[in-house]
Design a binder for this molecule. Structure first.
Ligand SMILES: Cc1ncc(COP(=O)(O)O)c(C=O)c1O
Length: 416
């Protein structure tokens, strides 16, 4: 008799859904479809030669260490490099404050594991990163959602929500996924002050911070917290845990991210990571270090910024040229995405089918809202990625999408 696996699944798996984006990506991989759905970096900017050379050097000079088990905290030279790298953004961390993870996605999972008891509330932006919701859902998180606008999280709405006692806030200050919006400097200060006033810590997720195409760099929340509230107390305390990744600056296939946190939090996360995977791949870490060193990463990021800025501009121009005037969109200063708002009454999930018939795809907005977090609002939105396609594909894809939108607008089922 075969085992009834289903009846043995743990309770925490009861409400799990597979990611809409992953399902969509399967459909949109047909070659005739122009897809704005994935969050993929452009493969043409992966520094293949540098990786090839780094792999050769690592195996020749450091092969025995690179192929061996390693410390759970991560490869020491890489942790030190990250600490030096982020110091330029004012984040004065030591290697001891850095834990290397298998992408930022693992960081989110470990944070969920460390902090969330079933039923705990997590304060999130509406909309927010779908992968964070997936990571936190497993631990039984409930959500308190706060609206965003063109300047990011609406801090004017925050105080009331903080009174409901969330365990922590999960915030994306730079070129948010999915909104493409950036939290203004004034709001950053307000957010940090309110977090301190109510004693609610912040998880600052910053995969895109280096990919700025216009405007001034804004201070990370972790820096504002430290400089304004924790003078002279070093990095042993602080109200903000900071996450970032090499996925958007080197290559997502590396699966390398990192957490910056006070040492006692790092020690706890290390215990949890040991149970998860012992450590992140030593080989990958040593290769990433070889690739990134001697300022290569900085030079490479300049190239990425140039390529993505052009693609963003092509998408913005094409939207202006083809989309009907009732449709609006965000103007991201960096990152990979922009966020489109359709007229009231339009449903992105219906539009998705029409768009597929026109051989173009996007992600319907509703999957970026937490349960009980303005569920129906998402239906009027879609997320478009501009980093992956070549400029010509972006132009043609937006033209096709405009055809689908105009058809939908003419449909008698749309009431507006
Ligand atoms: C906001 C945000 N956080 C985390 C991640 C996970 O990144 P990775 O696991 O590739 O480092 C992503 C990926 O797109 C993201 O957009």
């Amino acid at each position: 008799m075969s085992t009834a696996w289903k009846s043995r699944y743990a309770l925490r798996t009861k409400d799990l859904k597979s990611s809409t984006i992953r399902e969509l990506l399967k459909i949109t991989q047909k070659p005739e479809i122009i897809s704005f759905a994935g969050g993929l970096p452009a493969p043409d900017v992966f520094p293949l030669d540098r990786f090839q050379e780094a792999c050769r050097r690592v195996l020749e000079l450091n092969g025995h260490q690179a192929l061996q088990y390693g410390a759970t905290e991560g490869y020491e030279p890489l942790r030190e490099m990250i600490a030096r790298h982020i110091a330029r953004y004012g984040i004065k961390a030591k290697a001891d404050n850095v834990l290397i993870t298998c992408g930022s996605q693992q960081a989110l999972d470990l944070i969920g594991k460390l902090f969330i008891n079933a039923g705990d509330r997590v304060l999130v932006e509406a909309p927010t990163y779908l992968g964070a919701l997936q990571a936190f859902d497993v631990y039984g998180a409930e959500y308190v959602s706060v609206h965003t606008d063109h300047d990011g999280l609406r801090t004017d709405l925050l105080e009331e929500r903080l009174r409901s006692g969330p365990k922590f806030m999960y915030v994306l200050p730079n070129f948010q996924n999915p909104g493409g919006t950036t939290l203004s400097e004034g709001r950053r200060h307000q957010l940090v002050l309110l977090a301190d006033k109510y004693g609610i810590p912040i998880i600052e997720d910053d995969p895109y911070g280096q990919l700025r195409y216009e405007g001034e760099h804004l201070p990370p929340l972790v820096v504002i917290d430290r400089e304004n509230l924790r003078r002279d107390e070093g990095y042993s305390i602080g109200n903000v845990i900071y996450l970032s990744t090499f996925s958007k600056t080197l290559a997502p296939g590396l699966r390398l991210g990192w957490i910056v946190a006070p040492p006692d939090v790092i020690a706890k996360l290390v215990q949890l990571k040991q149970g998860a995977d012992l450590h992140t791949s030593t080989f990958t870490q040593v290769v990433a270090y070889e690739v990134a060193k001697d300022n290569f990463l900085d030079e490479h990021v300049k190239l990425i910024r140039k390529v993505y800025r052009e693609r963003r501009d092509v998408m913005l121009e094409s939207l202006k040229k083809y989309f009907p005037p009732e449709v609006t969109w965000t103007h991201p200063q960096g990152g990979l995405f922009l966020w489109v708002t359709l007229p009231e009454g339009m449903d992105c999930n219906k539009l998705f089918q029409t768009a597929l018939n026109e051989n173009v795809a996007f992600v319907p907005g509703d999957c970026f809202y937490a349960r009980n977090g303005f569920d129906n609002e998402g239906c009027r939105h879609m997320r478009l990625n501009f980093s992956y396609g070549q400029p010509e594909q972006i132009r043609e894809g937006i033209r096709r999408l405009s055809v689908a939108i105009k058809m939908q607008l003419r449909s008698p089922h749309v009431n507006h």
